[in-house]
Design a protein around this ligand. Structure first.
Ligand SMILES: NC(=O)c1ccc[n+]([C@@H]2O[C@H](COP(=O)([O-])OP(=O)(O)OC[C@H]3O[C@@H](n4cnc5c(N)ncnc54)[C@H](O)[C@@H]3O)[C@@H](O)[C@H]2O)c1
Length: 252
């Protein structure tokens, strides 16, 4: 499989370069606003200049690049593994519209373990949700620009989907002086040092705490997930696919 790698010169881009080599997949070109050649493929800072014919695009860049990435994939009819985080509102609508024409694999967390954690959170929320307070804590390195992480929101959404009331997400308790409402799901971001990514869902009840957590120990984990997603999506019909689709295809 020939891959066009968007965001190729970033931390995740370089992890994908290493993982693709291990998986025997070829990166034939890169796209990055910082168009320096770091590896054995050409790097472009605009899509129009790309001459190489890819089978698929993997994107780990920034939301400022997402519209161009979507346009390119649609024009060339290329499947897209979209890993950039922070996509919402209008941009999310653009992703959905583009998925009418091409397959898009989209996940804010490409680790199989996080997909399992979400399944466990759904189960815990079904059993404990009404009676226990739910809080999600995420921790990342000090270079991360968006907060809370997309994964923390995915975990909160997993819990919320199993409650028999409409949950309210609370990110900040400094502005209102009131007791915690039972419908709240608190979401908190810690930033510091070189933490790759830690997520914890806490179900806090009378006299006990159930905590479900995941710790990513290296970026290679996400790069490896993106490569697996690429293999999964290559021959799929247009539409949006996610980690649950990949995990269920593996567990069949
Ligand atoms: N889905 C996942 O599992 C997962 C895991 C880790 C990181 N991420 C996300 O992937 C993205 C990249 O993370 P990173 O740690 O590699 O960041 P990074 O800053 O190290 O790398 C981003 C790269 O994209 C390039 N870039 C930025 N804006 C661009 C634009 N408009 N056009 C072209 N190139 C542009 C930068 O020059 C840089 O080389 C972030 O959104 C991050 O949150 C997702």
């Amino acid at each position: 499989m020939n891959i066009l790698l968007s965001g190729c010169n970033g931390r995740m881009g370089q992890a994908v370069v290493r993982q693709a080599a291990e998986a025997g997949m070829k990166i034939i070109a890169g796209y990055d606003m910082n168009a320096v050649k770091l590896n054995d493929f050409p790097v472009y800072d605009n899509f129009e200049a790309i001459a190489e014919a890819a089978d698929l695009v993997i994107d780990f860049s920034h939301i400022s690049a997402t519209p161009q990435v979507l346009e390119y994939c649609r024009a060339k009819k290329l499947p897209l593994v979209l890993c950039t985080t922070g996509i919402k509102d209008e941009l999310e609508a653009k992703v959905v519209a583009t998925a009418a024409d091409i397959p898009i694999f989209k996940s804010f967390n490409m680790s199989l373990g996080i997909s399992l954690l979400q399944a466990l959170v759904r189960q815990a929320a079904k059993v404990l949700g009404g009676a226990y307070d739910i809080e999600v804590i995420e921790k990342h390195h000090n270079q991360k620009v968006d907060a809370p992480s997309g994964t923390a929101l995915m975990i909160a959404d997993a819990a919320a989907s199993c409650l028999d009331f409409q949950a309210e997400y609370t990110y900040d308790r400094t502005q209102e002086h009131k007791k915690r409402d039972r419908k709240e799901i608190g979401i908190h971001a810690v930033r510091g040092g070189t933490i790759v990514g830690e997520h914890e869902a806490m179900f806090i009840g009378p006299n006990e705490i159930i905590s479900i957590s995941h710790s990513a120990q290296s970026r290679e984990l996400f790069a490896n997930g993106a490569i697996k997603a690429a293999g999964f999506i290559l021959d799929k019909k247009p539409g949006i696919y996610n980690m649950d689709d990949l995990v269920s295809s593996l567990s069949r």
